[in-house]
Design a protein around this ligand. Structure first.
Ligand code: MLT
Length: 261
């Protein structure tokens, strides 16, 4: 009997991988995939909203100190972020996507530092492609990630920012929401991706309610950010696809994925 190598049956497909913890991001970068960094509550949703509302760029930093230093050199930039969910002293904005309105961010450069999300993004900087995904842009980011992966014959890897290094339900489910928008017949999912996908499919009709049950959802509500949690659960509200390159997150221009090399 002719032996069928496992690889033969899946050769033409795009592999989708998922790393449960953002601490594993170095391993992910080495895979050479398109990275989709997810932080639903709230960093990723805030970045998508800021760019959708006309911000020129979002510059992520790992620490408050780095953010202050950058702001010192560029005092016209907006200084934004959070620690323990709250706006740090002296900052212009917190990390609520609702603060990043058209009126506030149009044409502005934004420096953003958050507990887990901007760290995961900064740790991904050596990857060739880093996209920012959230529920609010799940469909758009899926289409772009797939287009790049297929063209460059690479995989797609989801990086879950989580909460201070821990697994988070909302980021896991968001990976599932993005997978739902990938062409099923052209994708080969790892078990972790499959689990995210099944979890999302089971729960998508009660998305907000379920995200509110998660530990970070509960925490944000306890400190008065209930509206943020609801907003971050708005599936496909936006078409913005943020891309991180050269230390800055900008909007991926239409067609850029076809010409960017
Ligand atoms: C983070 O990056 O840790 C989060 O966005 C925290 C938050 O909810 O502001």
């Amino acid at each position: 009997m002719k032996k069928v190598r496992r690889q033969d049956s899946v050769q033409e497909k795009v592999f989708a991988n998922l790393d449960i913890r953002a601490n594993d991001v170095e391993k992910t970068v080495n895979r050479g995939d398109v990275l989709v960094v997810i932080d639903v509550l709230r960093c990723g949703s805030t970045i998508v909203t800021a760019l959708e509302n006309g911000a020129k760029e979002v510059i992520p930093t790992k620490t408050i100190r780095e953010a202050h230093m950058l702001h010192k050199k560029n005092s016209e930039f907006l200084l934004a972020g959070e620690r323990k969910g709250l706006k740090p002293k002296g900052f212009d904005l917190g990390n609520s996507p609702l603060e990043f309105s058209f009126k506030t961010v149009k044409e502005k450069h934004v420096i953003l530092t958050t507990t887990s999300g901007t760290k995961a993004i900064c740790l991904s900087k050596n990857a060739r492609w880093v996209l920012i995904g959230a529920f609010v842009n799940a469909e758009a980011v899926a289409k772009t990630a797939f287009e790049i992966a297929e063209k460059e014959k690479i995989g797609i890897s989801f990086v879950l920012s989580g909460t201070r290094g821990r697994f988070s339900l909302e980021d896991f489910m968001c990976a599932g929401a993005i997978v739902k928008n990938l062409p099923a017949d052209k994708i080969e999912c790892s078990d972790a991706v499959l689990a995210a996908s099944l979890t999302f499919q089971q729960s998508c009709r009660r998305l907000t309610e379920i995200i509110q049950l998660g530990s970070h959802g509960r925490y944000l509500e306890a400190i008065g950010h209930e509206e943020d949690v609801k907003f971050c659960c708005k599936l496909n509200a936006y078409s913005a696809v943020p891309v991180f390159k050269a230390e800055s997150i900008v909007l991926l221009a239409l067609g850029e994925e076809r010409t960017f090399s």
